[in-house]
Design a protein around this ligand. Structure first.
Ligand SMILES: [Zn+2]
Length: 120
């Protein structure tokens, strides 16, 4: 997955925050998901174009709140809502963890996914 290796620079983060901030976000009162109202790709992930690069919103949001995304790191949605960019709903993992996470989610509510992962 070549998209995993994209490094989001500080300049891009600042441009994103300045241009978009919270204005393209609708907060779902039930799930507390910050649903992206701007452009979305075919997979349902919100994205923005900054300096001719397509930046996925959940990744830039994660980087803004938690710092740089390392090579090979994927940003996962604990809430299973791909358009969500609530930093509390995002966590980083590897591609393998992401696959295991998706499998475990098939068995129960997302809040149990950590226990499911721990149990293997
Ligand atoms: Zn969410």
């Amino acid at each position: 997955m070549k998209t995993n290796t994209i490094k989001i620079g500080e300049a891009v983060l600042l441009k994103f925050a300045a241009r978009h901030g919270q204005k393209n976000i609708s907060i779902n009162p039930q799930t507390h998901c910050h649903e992206w109202l701007g452009a979305k790709n075919s997979a349902g992930y919100g994205y923005v174009k900054i300096d001719n690069r397509v930046i996925r919103v959940h990744r830039v949001t994660y980087a803004l709140h938690y710092g740089e995304i390392k090579k090979g790191q994927v940003i996962m949605h604990k809430c299973d809502n791909r358009s969500c960019c609530n930093p509390v709903h995002l966590e980083s993992g590897t591609q393998i963890e992401n696959m295991r996470d998706m499998v475990s989610k098939g068995r129960g509510h997302w809040q149990n996914s950590q226990e499911a992962l721990a149990a293997g």
